[in-house]
Design a protein around this ligand. Structure first.
Ligand code: ADP
Length: 492
């Protein structure tokens, strides 16, 4: 039998320690699923100031203190803390790279008040990438695979192919780079380059440069041994379209034989209404009548009146252009003429905060918005809503539409990326949701109209709900695909 692999999973966010979006969910669930198949996998992330060491049970690793991390113009030191993730019986070790000067702040990438990127994000994530490689050597744990995720980890494959090329410790190490979102690239001015201490020839179009800047995502794309992204549809989109490839579609295309789409999964020990400890009343497909109690609880929490026959549409999202909320802004009045209520949980760009604040002022019986981050409310919205809206401009995978299926909350989605891959339109047999193709507010309104009118036919609606709840997007199948990929790279 092939021997188990050593895999290091590198991520800038991991639930429950630090989260801004879906990457944190994936970084929690996928390693546990891989470990369940008997491989040794460990996770490494930055030790942000927002991580409460006592609550998260972090402890110092005595051997891993004051590790020098080479960086221009001056090295910095890292120390390492450790904890674990364990949603069930499977326990995965998590290392935290600490440097209080660079990471001892409450935001992950942006200042929580100004919402602006930290000006030294280049140094922070150069330190992280180089630090990971230095820490492993001190630890003496040799990975077969380093699985990197998104731009904050993009320099690792570049270091492995250059600075650490002749290092016997990394002789058999291969890298996988997963794109969770092509639009966030870690773009910095040329003056960043010397800080990386990469060989000078890498500052060119064959290297980490794109459009005259240093581009961390590009480094991952060029130097990793394999690239994956989080749905098959998105894998196609990012290499064939300028809009989705965000300027790097040419690079992605040159590596198309090394690119695979592997759909994200769901951890059903966290996102399933029959076991969800964050909702007032648990239910499953057989006791779907109980869902209305969660709807009542949600509306009461949000200060909206409850009407049995009026559907509640939920939104849980980063409020960024990607997510398509300008379409709601364009058609708010038309939407509000329909018999529906809208519950929004989100935080992000000010213009969308303004949009939803204005909407709830103008339609206090119909709209309620919580412009904050709340894991608890996210679960209540999944359980208490009848429908879930994701009108995304683009969507690499999207998790909430898949969570919604299990909660019997019918997704209304734009047919792009993972949204298109995971939802079947109600017009087809076995349908699970409502889709619209063009990025147009009129088409979104039509899809919502279709959903609202389908809600009026309760037996038909029940069928949709049952179809969705029966879907299985657990991690197992996708974890197998990752393991297969690791094996092809290591030939073990
Ligand atoms: P993305 O990664 O682009 O943000 P996904 O749909 O893949 O989008 O994942 C979003 C994840 O972040 C989900 O787990 C969702 O519940 C969570 N989330 C987003 N915004 C909030 C918020 N304001 N409060 C709580 N959870 C949120």
């Amino acid at each position: 039998m092939a021997r188990p692999l050593n895999i290091l999973f590198v991520s800038s966010e991991v639930e429950p320690f630090a989260k801004t979006g879906g990457l944190a969910d994936v970084s929690n669930a996928l390693p546990q699923s891989i470990k369940g198949s008997e491989h040794e996998i460990r996770v490494i992330m930055p030790k942000y100031g927002c991580i409460n060491e006592r609550k998260s049970k972090l402890h110092d690793m005595i051997r891993l203190k004051e590790i020098e991390v080479p960086m221009g113009p001056r090295p910095r030191t890292a120390s390492v803390k450790s904890s674990f993730i364990a949603n069930n019986s499977i326990k995965v070790q998590v290392y935290f790279i600490d440097n209080p000067h660079l990471f001892g702040r409450s935001g992950l990438y942006v200042h929580p008040d100004t919402k602006k990127d930290y000006p030294d994000n280049d140094e922070r994530f150069i330190f992280f990438c180089r630090g990971v490689l230095e820490v492993l050597k001190k630890l003496g744990w040799q990975p077969d695979i380093i699985h990197c995720n998104d731009w904050p980890t993009g320099l690792i494959p570049a270091y492995l192919k250059t600075v650490y090329k002749g290092d016997p410790f990394y002789k058999d190490t291969r890298s996988v780079f997963t794109i969770h979102n092509m639009a966030y690239q870690g773009v910095f001015p040329k003056s960043t380059f010397p800080k990386t201490q990469l060989p000078p020839e890498l500052m060119g179009i064959e290297g980490v440069e794109a459009y005259g800047h240093v581009n961390f995502l590009k480094a991952g794309l060029v130097f990793s041994d394999a690239i994956t992204t989080v749905s098959e549809r998105y894998a196609q989109e990012i290499r064939t379209s300028e809009e989705f490839g965000a300027g790097l579609q040419g690079i992605v295309n040159t590596r198309k034989s090394d690119l695979t789409g592997i759909l994200n999964g769901v951890d059903y020990s966290v996102w399933d209404p029959s076991v969800d400890s964050l909702i007032p009343l648990k239910y499953d497909a057989k006791s779907i009548d109980l869902k209305v109690e969660d709807k009542k609880a949600l509306l009461s929490k949000m200060g909206l009146p409850f009407h049995e026959r009026i559907p509640v549409i939920g939104i849980i999202s980063r409020l960024a252009d990607q997510k398509g909320f300008d379409l709601i802004g364009e058609e708010l009045d038309a939407l509000m003429k329909m018999d529906l209520q809208l519950v929004v949980l989100g935080t992000g760009e000010k213009k969308y905060h303004d949009l939803f604040e204005k909407a709830q002022r103008k339609f206090p019986e119909k709209v309620a918005a919580a412009l904050t981050f709340s894991e608890e409310l996210a679960h209540l919205i999944e359980a208490g809503s009848d429908m879930f809206l994701m009108p995304s401009r683009y969507e690499p995978c999207g998790l909430n539409q898949i969570y919604s299926l299990r909660y019997g909350t019918i997704p209304i989605v734009r047919a792009t990326g993972g949204l298109d891959d995971t939802i079947d339109d109600a017009g087809s047999p076995g349908g699970t949701g409502f889709k619209f193709k063009n990025y147009s507010s009129a088409d979104m309104v039509k899809a919502i109209q279709r959903a609202v009118s389908a809600y009026g036919d309760q037996p038909g609606w029940r069928k949709l709900v049952k179809n969705g709840m029966a879907k299985d997007f657990s991690w197992e199948a996708s974890a197998k695909k990752y393991i297969q990929l690791y094996r092809t790279l290591t030939r073990k």
